[in-house]
Design a protein around this ligand. Structure first.
Ligand SMILES: Nc1ncnc2c1ncn2[C@@H]1O[C@H](COP(=O)(O)OP(=O)(O)OP(=O)(O)O)[C@@H](O)[C@H]1O
Ligand SMILES: [Mg+2]
Length: 447
């Protein structure tokens, strides 16, 4: 059950949002007073706060956000930005809001954003709980590519079908596999991981499927394989592309029949393990090279999650660096900071080793730094002179022309105190064109 708190000084908006977001698996509460909202977020637990930014003269949605975050560190916040407050909304997202919604509402978008935020809250909450038991760290990233991954994690978690996670080394495939398990109904059962590329072919079969006593030299006992050990839970087959052909056949049969036959055993055993596989190899290429079975590929990839390489989402780098810096500082008992231009260089690098390489780099920088502030000059030469064009960074965050036009209109309208005739004049367009634009962008022309 997810708990949502909606805060808006407008009673109608509260009612509308509550109606829109209510579902059998959700509890939706509302508050129209900032003070009431502040009390609630401090005394009660919510997965999601949806708050208007403009509440009253003294308090804003940002105050509620702060109070909420300090008592619900795992919860997510969506802010509603009204007329002409896009900049505030952006500031809000920087302050830790998951996303913002502008009025007037696009209903489909509101629903979708709330779903995403709750999926993220679940991922975060579970990984927080898991971290206490040294489980997986949370997934970081707010770019479209990562949001798509969160959505797929949510979908995969709800269904029990096999998942194939593809992507370059260090993009977070294992983290995603753990997040799927942690958010699935199997979360209290084991998550068993095996790296198919790291185990000699001869042992892999008995590791996966088990063996009976005496089935080969050294098999002194009946031993359960990982499929059986993962009973009720999830088995993670890492580097599945490395699996030898004979085993691929056996795995295919396991997926089809839901049973395994331990090495040397006369009969099969039923298993109940959810299969998640990962690969950084190009499986389609491996298939055409006849190194990987096409039928197995289809069986494993009922849901395929493709992890975007870090160079395709440079806007996430600052967030990742912030976290890794904090972790490295905590571990080393230091308080090293990163200069703005040093961060810009990290953000402009293309990171062939992806997040893992970034994490290791930050860790090393902290360990070897003498001062408390890392300057551009402290970075390794490859990072300083890499693909360090500011352009690549700027272009990723570039708003669309439509969005710019919308901001322009809102800005001008605000500057002239809402006077439409004057606004149209300033923009050099006639009133009709102005009205059409306002309508197209859903800008509410208050009377
Ligand atoms: N989105 C992310 N947010 C936070 N940490 C991440 C993210 N993606 C990866 N990491 C971190 O980067 C490291 C590598 O991640 P992971 O092991 O999941 O990658 P992988 O895709 O399985 O790599 P490989 O193919 O080399 O096994 C881990 O320490 C992980 O915690
Ligand atoms: Mg891995």
């Amino acid at each position: 059950m997810h708990r949502i708190l909606i805060v808006d000084d407008d009673r109608e908006t509260c009612r509308f949002m509550a109606e829109l977001l209510t579902r059998p698996d959700r509890e939706v509460l509302t508050a129209t007073q900032a003070d009431d909202a502040l009390d609630r977020v401090q005394s009660d637990a919510f997965d999601l706060l949806v708050s208007d930014i403009n509440l009253n003269a003294r308090q804003s949605g940002l105050d509620v956000l702060k109070a909420f975050k300090s008592s619900n560190p795992e919860g997510q916040v969506l802010l509603i930005s009204g007329f002409g407050t896009l900049d505030t909304a952006i500031a809000a997202v920087r302050a830790g809001a998951f996303d913002y919604i502008s009025k007037p509402f696009n209903i489909a978008q509101v629903k979708e954003t709330v779903d995403r935020a709750l999926a993220q809250a679940a991922t975060t909450a579970n990984s927080h709980a898991a971290r206490r038991e040294a489980g997986p760290p949370e997934l970081i990233g707010r770019t479209a590519g990562m949001l798509e991954v969160y959505k797929q994690i949510a979908r995969a978690a709800d269904s029990g079908v096999p998942v194939l996670i593809t992507g370059e080394s260090g993009t977070g495939k294992e983290l995603v596999a753990r997040a799927i398990h942690a958010n699935s109904p199997r979360s209290s059962r084991p998550f068993v991981a095996i790296n198919c590329g790291a185990i000699p072919d001869t042992l892999l079969e008995s590791e996966l499927f088990g063996h009976t006593r005496g089935s080969f030299t050294g098999a002194v006992n009946d031993t359960k394989g990982l499929f059986e050990q993962a009973h009720g839970g999830t088995i993670f087959l890492d580097e599945v592309g490395e699996m030898p052909p004979a085993l691929q056949v056996k795995l295919l049969r396991t997926l089809e029949d839901g049973e395994v036959r331990p090495v040397g055993a006369a009969r099969s055993v039923r298993i109940d393990a959810r299969v998640i596989a990962a690969t950084n190899a190009d499986l389609e290429q491996a298939i055409s090279d006849q190194k990987f079975r096409q039928d197995l590929y289809y069986r494993l990839g009922v849901i395929v999650i493709r992890m975007p390489p870090l160079r395709d989402r440079p806007a996430d780098i600052a967030l990742l660096v912030e976290r890794f810096l904090q972790n490295a500082n905590d571990r080393a008992g230091r308080r090293v900071e990163l200069a703005e231009d040093a961060l810009a260089a990290l953000a402009a690098h293309d990171w062939p080793g992806n997040v893992r390489e970034l994490e290791n780099t930050v860790e090393r920088l902290v360990l070897f730094s003498r001062g408390s502030r890392l300057e551009l000059a402290d970075l390794p030469a490859a990072l300083r002179h890499g693909r360090a064009t500011l352009e690549t960074r700027l272009f990723t965050d570039l708003p669309s022309l439509d969005e710019l036009e919308r901001r322009y209109l809102v800005h001008v309208l605000e500057a002239v105190g809402g006077n439409r005739t004057r606004a149209a004049e300033v923009m050099g367009i006639d009133r009709r064109t102005f009205y059409r634009m306002a309508e197209r962008f859903g800008v509410d022309l208050k009377d």
